[in-house]
Each structure stands twice: as C-alpha cells, then as structure tokens.
Design a protein around this ligand. Sequence first.
Ligand code: SF4
Length: 467
Amino acid sequence: MILPTEAHATSATPLDLDLIRKYSIPGPRYTSYPTANQFTTELAPLALEQAISDDNRPGAGPVSLYFHLPFCETRCWFCGCNTVITKRSSAAGEYLDDLEREMRLTAPRLNRSRFVTQIHLGGGTPTFFPPDELRRLGALVREHFTLAPEVEFSVEVDPRRLTEDHVRALRDIGVNRASLGVQDTNPSVQLAIHRVQPQSLNVQAFAWLRAHGFASINVDLIYGLPLQTPETFKRTIDDVLTLGPDRLSVFSYAHVPWIKPAQKIFEDREQLPGPEEKLAMFVVAHEKLTAAGFIDIGLDHFARPDDSLALAQRAGTLHRNFQGYSTQSDASLYSFGISSISSTPDSYRQNHKTLPEWRAALDANQLPIERGLRLTAEDQRRRTIIMRLMCDRRLDFAALSKMIGIDFATSYATELASLDDLRADGIVTLSPGKLEVTTIGAPLLRVVAMRFDAHFIAAARRHAQAI
Ligand code: SF4
C-alpha cells in the first residue's frame, strides 16, 4: 500500500508502509563496516599502533578529529550516549587535562603535514564546558594538529546549557556548524523523558548561532518517545521548521533498557507508543520534511537542497562515519575521550568507556584503547560496497570494480542473486552494470546493505540451519 498523503500535492516522496512492515528488521546503521559488534578486546595480534603508522603512508588522505565530551548535568531518560552525569563544573578542566595527555600521545604518530579537514565536538554536552575551557580545547587542537583553512568544525549543542559566551568561544576557536538536541517540543513528552526544554530556548539558541555566523545548523529529533503520538510529533516538526534549520536528523528511539537501565521507567509507566504509532510518526516526519523541501539523504537525515550534504549526495561524494553522513571522504578519523572510536583505512580502535579505565591507560602512558579490529582485504572491499550503497543508493559496477580491485559482479554474484525478493518487491532495480535502490526502497536502504554484510549473511545462515 502506497500511502496517499497530503504531501503528494507537493514534492513529498511516497512511502510504502506494507513494504516497510515486511522488511524492517533490526540491523546496523552502518556508521562503520564491520560494525562495532565485531570489535574484539584481544588487541595484541591486531597491532593497532602499527595501523596508525601505516595510515601515514605517502599520499595519505586528510584527518578528521572527534572529541567526546561526556558530561551532562542531568540524565535524559531516553539517552543512549556514553555520558557522565555531574554538576561539578571542575570536571571539565580535569577532563581537558586528560584529553591533552591523549593528544600528546597520538599527535606525534601522525604526519603533521596531513590537514585536518573536519572536527566534531560530541557528547554528552560539549557546552557543559565553560567558554574558557572550550577556548583551551581549541588552542590544544591547533597546537597538535594542522588545520585546513576551510576546516568543517561542528559541535553538539544542548540549548538548555548554552549562553552567548559559549557561542562566542565556539566561534573564536573556529566552530562553524552546530547540531541542536531538541528531540520533541511537547511539554508532556518533555516531562516524561526528563528533559524540559521550552521552545523559547531553541529560538534563543538559533538566534545566537545565526548572529555569530554559524554556517549550518542541524536539529536532532527522536520519534517513539513516551506520550508521543503522530499528532504531537507533527506539531513538534512544525515548531522546529519555524527555527529554519539547514538539516534535520530524525532518529527512531532505541529502547534498550538492558543496556541503558534509565529507560526502564518508560516500561513501568507504560507510556511508550506501539510499533504502528511509531511507524506513523516516521511517516509524518518524512511527509512534512520532504513537503517542506528537504532532501531525504537517507537513514533519518534530511537536508536543504543547497546544504553541503545534499550537494555531496548529488555529486556522489557523500561519506559515512561514526557521526553519520559526512561530506569528508577518505579522511582517517582520530577520536579522543572515553568510548570514542577511531578509524584508519584498515583499522578501528575504541577507547575505554569509563573515566577510571581511560585515565589509568593515560597514567601508564599508553593509548587508551579497549577494543578494536584490523580489517582484512575482504572487510575493506565490503566496507566500500556498503558505504557506496548507503551514500549513493546505487552501485555502478564498473566504478566499484575499480575501487575494490576485483570484478564486483563476478565476485559478489551470490549477494546480487540474494536480492531477488527485494527486486520483485520494487525495492531495488538491477540492470546490466547497475544496482539502484528505488525511491520506495529508500527507507529500507539498510536491508539492502545487509545483503552484502558477511557477518549478517553468516548469522542468517546459522539461523536457517538452526530451524
Ligand atoms: S543532554 Fe544529551 S547526552 Fe546528555 S543525557 Fe541528555 S540526551 Fe544524553
């Protein structure tokens, strides 16, 4: 059933709910391949430090930096991030001392001539850090790395913990993009998730960021939260559109109380919407945003047609990393702070997730790596296939064969044959030399990618043998 919507009168793209119901199964979001589930703590044979040296080969690409700033004053009960809840403001300075130690350990292993083209401050709440500490962080980054003149420098902002001084400090250190956590503007939903954030705070944050010249502002929303209905979520989107964002991320709430015990409270109160209501909220978001002229970039990301993400997608240069979609292709990612993940062309490295473990490694003058993976040549080929599919929604076999160094159609004939059901249902089209995900199939992009995921294929085979 293709949903006839008010949006059909506009540029909104249609959704086939029956297909979404039929195929949507839990699966990776492919911010990496292999996914973090495949990382191991058996680090010795991985030679991850060697992977950093190998990453400095002549002609190596640019560098992307991520800093995880984990502190929040209060816990939002839905939150799935790695956070440290504290009101102790001195925690920021102490943490920055440790970040400096981590930078001093890592930076000498990198070729200083490599430009940093992208920096992201994530959390937690980066604006938990007082303006002067943010300035100190900016100075440390410039001391240890070589920033490209046009570096794309972004920050996650909690409008409840933002002052104009923060915005000034962020601009002073070169930050030019912001992502605002809004989630939902309905007061009852906000009470239920323990995050009270009047719309006036969002308006104020936008006014400061625009006044200080931020080039692009993203808003994060979540659907599937307690007390949300398609009707209330529609009003949330209306509220957010009045702010004039350049991009939106509309995430599905992930209910994992066995990992995030704070989420248990939603079950006790029986306030969570059911799967059909949640699907209806996804439809509302998709309809309203595409009707308002936003491009559906894929996997819950929407951007204005003139935004760099939309331009990169049209040019076939979109990339995907741990922060989601990115315009910076071929950059190695070096990440700092607890739980952060770094990646080079043939390795992933994740830091210790707790402050004491991360600090203990720094005390011992060691890179604070807890888990990781060294990619095989086959992992690297599949990573290229899955990332091109996630970013371009199509595979051009000739171009792909050149990228992976072997003939794609011959080497992955079994995977291509496994798409028969998706082809019959109109999710993909296959023509000589080309695989394309259709407009109707776009919400199921992950399902197509899973067919090229060796770990998913192996698990499906084990499951089939078990029954
Ligand atoms: S402010 Fe952000 S990171 Fe902190 S608890 Fe709330 S959602 Fe999580």
